[in-house]
Write a protein that binds this ligand. Structure first.
Ligand code: PMV
Length: 319
């Protein structure tokens, strides 16, 4: 029996230290700011595409609504030339409860699998550019360790690239706080955040923070990396609280409690800085050396919250 023709790609998720939070063009997914992220080893999506009678989507063996994937595949057909319908089979190793953007690894893996399946000869930057149309954060999931998504000014100039950082012993302690508040999608959240009177100031400050972050990374100054990332994340969440269109927050009580403990950990001399995305979970930036201690400390205080340690991860790969 011949095997169904197909292609498999693996992409790891990433966590932004300088966030993408707002669109200059919602159709092309052009961002208002450039962003910088760390790819994580522990969380990934493995996606296989096979020719089929219609576009469809399975995640972790369950059939899913394929509207978003179908629309994205149609964008690829428009940009790159037509190709037959695809069955998309995804294995998602991104715990949704960890509040890590599974859309980042999902759309990166899907773009890479489709490109390979169709024998498109594209660079990682060109793949990143295409993946942007599915999800902004996916632009950064093609690269190992650190990546920068340059905001660009049009469809062709907005993509991510690898950012080389000499030997940084970094780790994240990921707090899996379960979300009980109503979820605001990242697109809706951005739209509303952009109505904050502080939005323009945030865009300006973010450009400065990106430059400061590059210096801190080049100096392997983990403390400073954490400070800048925490300030950037808190300002992003401040936009949500000050939105004039239905202000909101992704934080819940546990988010606040863990953030308080992050300060306590700092007072004890640990490197510990918090970053949060479109959910209640806190990711603590620390050193490889201190991660286990911090995990143990927090596990002791929050019996119902699970903590993972995440480390820098690889770029896109194929099977
Ligand atoms: O592109 P999206 O829809 O996955 O948006 C990502 C937004 C944040 O995760 C909050 C920030 C970021 O830069 O990843």
């Amino acid at each position: 029996m011949s095997e169904t023709k197909g292609q498999t790609a693996i992409a790891h998720t990433n966590i932004a230290f300088i966030k993408y939070w707002g669109k200059a063009d919602p159709i092309l997914n052009l961002p208002t700011t450039s962003s910088l992220s760390l790819t994580l080893n522990e969380y990934y999506t493995k996606t296989r595409v096979e020719e089929a009678d219609e576009d469809s989507l399975m995640i972790n063996e369950l059939k899913q609504d394929s509207k978003r994937v179908h629309e994205f595949l149609n964008v690829l057909r428009e940009e790159m030339g037509d190709f037959p319908p695809l069955r998309v089979i995804s294995e998602n190793k991104v715990p949704l409860s960890a509040g890590l953007a599974s859309s980042a690894s999902s759309f990166a893996a899907l773009t890479a699998a489709v490109a390979k399946h169709n024998n498109w000869d594209l660079s990682l930057e060109e793949l990143s550019c295409l993946a942007r149309r599915g999800s902004g954060s996916a632009t950064r999931s093609f690269f190992p360790d650190f990546a920068i998504w340059d905001k660009g000014h049009d469809d062709k100039s907005s993509f991510a690239h690898h950012y080389d950082v000499p030997n940084l012993p970094i780790a994240l302690v990921v707090c899996k706080i379960s979300g009980t508040i109503k979820k605001v999608s990242s697109s809706d959240g951005m739209r509303r955040a952009q109505t904050s009177p502080n939005y323009d100031a945030w865009v300006k400050e973010s450009a400065k923070q990106l430059e400061d972050m590059k210096v801190a990374l080049q100096n392997a100054d983990l403390e400073r990396v954490g400070q800048i990332a925490e300030a950037n994340a808190l300002a992003m969440h401040g936009l949500n609280l000050t939105a004039t269109d239905r202000r909101f927050t992704y934080f819940n009580q546990n988010t606040m409690k863990v953030m308080e403990e992050v300060k306590v950990l700092r007072a004890k001399g640990y490197i510990a800085y918090a970053t949060m995305d479109a959910g209640p979970n806190v990711k603590i930036i620390t050193s490889l050396e201190q991660a286990e201690d911090i995990k143990a400390y927090l596990t002791e205080r929050f019996r119902k919250i699970q903590f993972d340690i995440a480390t820098p991860g690889p770029g896109i790969s194929y099977e």
